[in-house]
Write a protein that binds this ligand. Sequence first.
Ligand SMILES: Nc1ncnc2c1ncn2[C@@H]1O[C@H](COP(=O)(O)OP(=O)(O)OP(=O)(O)O)[C@@H](O)[C@H]1O
Length: 295
Amino acid sequence: MEKVIDIRDLTKYYGKHKGVEHLTLSVNRQEIYGFIGPNGAGKSTTIRTMLGLLKEDGGTVEIFGERPETEREKKEMLSRIGYMPSEAFFYSGMKVSDVLKFSADFYRKDCREERGQLCERLKLDVKKKVDELSLGNRKKVSIVCALQHGADLYVLDEPTSGLDPLMQREFFRLLKEKNEKGATIFLSSHVLGEVEKYCHRAAVIRDGGIVMEDTMEHICGSAAKRVTVRGISGVPGLPLTDLRVLEDGVTFLYRGEAKRLLEALAPLPVTDLTITEPDLEETFLHFYAEGKAAR
Ligand SMILES: Nc1ncnc2c1ncn2[C@@H]1O[C@H](COP(=O)(O)OP(=O)(O)OP(=O)(O)O)[C@@H](O)[C@H]1O
């Protein structure tokens, strides 16, 4: 299978402070690949180093099977990539339409038609000044900047934070369309749910290292759910962690088959049951607790 991104043993320190260490992952052509991790895990460091915006301290990165050396080669590589940084900084006083055109000029392509469609679908008012925009609308400007020139690879750093649920859905629709036309997509997130829904494979990063890289099916299969049961004081015979006894029930993390959970609860005097997705740290607690590392 053709690898579009191939990162091996990547290490990046900020002075004495670790960004990422010995990080290895690869993304195949036409995959939608999720990069999941809590705040400070090293997602942006990986992305910036991978794109050559930061210099690595060790390891290698190949994109489209190549390691660009000269500035010309780097520029050529970047022209095939749509990059959306996690935080967008725009020149103060510029209109949205100017920012979008300024960004398109870098690629020396006529992006007007695609740009128009993206703005319409994302409901972005191009006449406004960027300083007047809400966080979500600033995000939309970044999205259009990254998507407007028809790239082979999209690298999107926390693209959905700040977007309302309707816009998130529209955004993922856009990505799916790009992907169906052949584009490869690498997106970072700290929300397992959205990655679960839209990505083919993903890597989970924590504290600068990959703890798991697999298909979404396997990752979500090993993710724990938070189960809260009212009316009982314990659940015998179930493999669970982080059990806490509440005033009128129990709450615990469970990562087994739903059927087994329901069978264990069936004979008990349960009055209420809720199953939710815990935050990312809790979801993968067992990996961290076991000190398990995929690489
Ligand atoms: N410029 C910097 N100087 C020093 N340390 C940094 C710098 N940028 C990042 N770090 C550190 O590197 C580690 C990884 O940060 P990074 O921004 O890559 O994480 P992240 O997963 O993208 O987090 P978030 O989800 O909060 O954006 C963190 O411990 C962070 O404090």
